[in-house]
Design a protein around this ligand. Structure first.
Ligand code: G3P
Ligand code: MG
Length: 252
């Protein structure tokens, strides 16, 4: 049987998650990037999810398609068919021309058996556009709950996921200085993991996290030396743009 994400995160081994795949080497959030992360020895991948105009969870980082495709305009205004017509690879390098914006469905289907998946839901809004329900349905349809952790900077998103999908692992995502309101909102929510910006992690942070029984997955950790420091501090996972370099120092 495939190991569960909870077991792997508690195994004592520091896991390597490829940030948007292996974004130092391939166009972020594409199948090529996820495949690259897998080849480079990552245990898992991190990816960013939004909803298309017709309600499909799609994998793309920005609100607009401008930076990572040959199109222009808001992701939420485009149907899945319109998003699929875009080239999501040529902007990065010619050999990636023809890469498409993947759906969450496609990524889970292709990778959940081999890789853990950190689904980051992108939504700055107080109001739901239905992304939480669509993501939950997709994960359930694939029976992939045991291989996935959902994270978000927005506590309201995690609250909505928790209500309708109590068994999935949740990660509270924080940057350099989360507001007291955000901290408070996360604290009032049952969640299993903290996903802090790595520079906010030190021995005090890890003591606090252990007291709360939180798993800690730090982002974005690209320097091997810093990854080793975080491992020594006891972090459970690192999210990195270059899984090859981090996997190499961890296995040395
Ligand atoms: O999930 C960690 C990291 O991806 C959060 O920031 O902007 O790279 O999605 P961002
Ligand atoms: Mg992200």
């Amino acid at each position: 049987m495939t190991a569960t994400i909870r077991d792997l995160m508690m195994s004592g081994e520091t896991l390597v998650f490829g940030h948007r795949g292996a974004m130092a080497y391939a166009p972020m959030n594409t199948m090529a990037s996820f495949q690259m992360a897998q080849r480079q020895g990552a245990h898992g991948i991190e990816l960013d999810v939004q909803l298309s105009a017709d309600g499909f969870p799609v994998i793309i980082h920005d609100d607009t398609v401008d930076a990572t495709t040959d199109g222009a305009g808001m992701v939420c205004d485009k149907t899945l068919a319109a998003l699929k017509a875009l080239d999501a690879g040529a902007w990065f390098a010619p050999e990636f021309a023809g890469e498409r914006v993947p759906t969450l469905d496609e990524v889970i289907e292709r990778f959940a058996g081999d890789l853990l998946i950190n689904v980051e839901i992108k939504s700055a809004s107080d109001h739901s556009n239905g992304v939480e329900a669509a993501v939950s349905r997709c994960i359930r349809r694939h029976q992939a709950t045991d291989r996935i952790i959902i994270s978000s900077f927005n506590p309201l998103v995690l609250q909505r996921v928790r209500k309708s999908f109590p068994e999935v692992m949740l990660g509270a995502l924080t940057g350099s200085s989360p507001t007291p309101e955000t901290q408070q909102a996360f604290e009032s929510l049952r969640h299993e993991a903290r996903h802090p910006w790595h520079e906010t992690v030190d021995a005090d942070y890890m003591r606090w996290a252990r007291d709360h029984r939180y798993v800690v997955n730090a982002w974005t950790v690209n320097a091997p030396k810093r990854a080793l420091q975080l491992r020594a501090l006891g972090v459970n996972g690192v999210i990195t743009d270059n899984p090859d370099r981090i996997a190499a120092v961890f296995s040395a």
